[in-house]
Design a binder for this molecule. Sequence first.
Ligand SMILES: Cc1cc2nc3c(=O)[nH]c(=O)nc-3n(C[C@H](O)[C@H](O)[C@H](O)COP(=O)(O)O)c2cc1C
Length: 177
Amino acid sequence: MNILAFGASHSKSSINQQFASYVAQLFSAGNQVSVIKLTDFDAPVYTVDREAESGFPEAVKQFLLQLQKADLIIISLAEHNGSYTASFKNLFDWTSRVEMNLFANKKLFLLSTSPGPNGGKFVMEAAKVRFPIHGAAIVGSFSLPRFADNFDAQKGITNMELKEAFDTEIEKVTTAL
Ligand SMILES: Cc1cc2nc3c(=O)[nH]c(=O)nc-3n(C[C@H](O)[C@H](O)[C@H](O)COP(=O)(O)O)c2cc1C
């Protein structure tokens, strides 16, 4: 099974990239895991005029190819002002113009984390409503609050209550595969 993972952020020190990479390696036994960085898929700001004048950027086509190769997609969403980061939304908008059904009935494990107490729950809510419209089958979701306090690169989630909730989601995703 091909598993694709990324943080929905273009920050070079993205905590969501760290979290997505960590979760992806939990599925590495018997699977092909690819962790991509959205900084490798930079696209100009989407406008209908730019699309009409220049068509689709190569980075957008390459990003869609990555989605199409995957059986399970793990996305950890960064939250800016209660929603997607502008850079992820831009890539999402471009990709939806190439292929509206960009998730193509694939299974999605949705994550989010932030330094604050809500763990990106607002962007998570937005994605839960929107991604199925683009063909996503969401098989698990988890928001990790206060990343710096609750996550350790070696140990994973260090808060026991959160770890329990996270493990339940991992089980749900594993069962759905
Ligand atoms: C413009 C801006 C808006 C932000 N808005 C939110 C927010 O609404 N909720 C939140 O939890 N964190 C917010 N943050 C903090 C981000 O969660 C934090 O920068 C986090 O590291 C972003 O994830 P990333 O490191 O994966 O890019 C915001 C940060 C920026 C720069």
